[in-house]
Write a protein that binds this ligand. Sequence first.
Ligand SMILES: [Zn+2]
Length: 415
Amino acid sequence: MKITREFIEAIPKTDLHVHLDGSIRLNTILELAEEQGVELPGDPQDEDELKEVMNAGAICEDLTDYLKAFDITLSVLQTEEALYRAAFELGEDAARENVKYMEVRYSPLLHTSEGLSYPVIVEAVGEGLREAKRQYGLMSGQIICGIRHMTPEASLRMAELCVAFKHKGVVGFDLAGAEANNPAKDYREAFYLVRNNNVNLTIHAGEAYGPESIHQAIHMGGAHRIGHGTRLREDGDLLNYINDRRIPLEVCLTSNVQTRACKSFESHPLPFYMSYGLRCTINTDNRLVTDTTVTDEYCRAVRYYDFNIGDLRKLMINGFKSSFLPYRKKRSVTARACSEFDAVVQQFEKAYGEDAITDPQVAQEIAFQKAAADARTPMAYAVGPEDRGYPLLRRSDEDADDSEAVDAEQASGAE
Ligand SMILES: [Zn+2]
């Protein structure tokens, strides 16, 4: 069975690396600018012209150049209403392509020019995401970013905010911004505060700088995940360390090609990383600036690397497993995603009148994933009421899932 865009759209997905200020809808920028009397470059009425400016990714020279597009989105994201709307619409867009879980990142440092306080910013984004959950069942969390090209003290303020909002919608801390000339070690204090409070930590690294940056993120920052990690292949020793400890990589294919972290899709390390066993996840980075969706990213992975259904199932599982959800919740959500994935495969087999898995190696890989799950589930796993966070499934599917007792850790094979 050919892997079509429709199939990819139908499977459950995650987006663990998506910037709020890079993922606002184009027409929302125009409407907000009009409402707020903000002047945009070019003709504010013309969506096509704005699109050209906003999809900066396709024409930029490097990461610093890419980041310029954010000046425009940030100019209209300085009110509670605007932040609420951007967060809700991002949730809506994700839910419409069957993203089940999303972690939205942004830095409150960049939303204060009209006088908003940090807590008000976090609350506004949180309310937008809660509304997306109410309407679409989308599970999500916020990641608060420190910024590399601002002072370490500013990032420390963000770490304090992150700690205060732990369990109140915020699931992690990140360091974003221009990577070159701003090494992670300068932000040690922020990382220490976050880790000392048992908060999850991801750090952008190995995108606009070499593997030394990833080394610092892991060993000085104590990162639990790595944003991008594109240049990890340049350091085999570190690559093995990250692989052995199952540290997830938040891969953003299209963005990497646009910021020149990678010359082309063909030369991107994702297929190598996958074949080596690294825990890779598929993410958008910026829906607007990169002009992409999670479906687009999976489609490109299939197109350029010839990924099969077994690979897609693995990438999907990696996404759920790498989330900053609590472990017990994560394993029930991952198990449900596996059931839904398999149901979607069956549904498309029927629709297309073809078997999805004809290659014996792919069949073996999926059978291995499932067998490993069975072998390691000696007792029925009761899903508590707090774990029923997957409301887009039909009632009957939920009941069926509960009896299967699949563990997230087990679902992806013997890792
Ligand atoms: Zn990013």
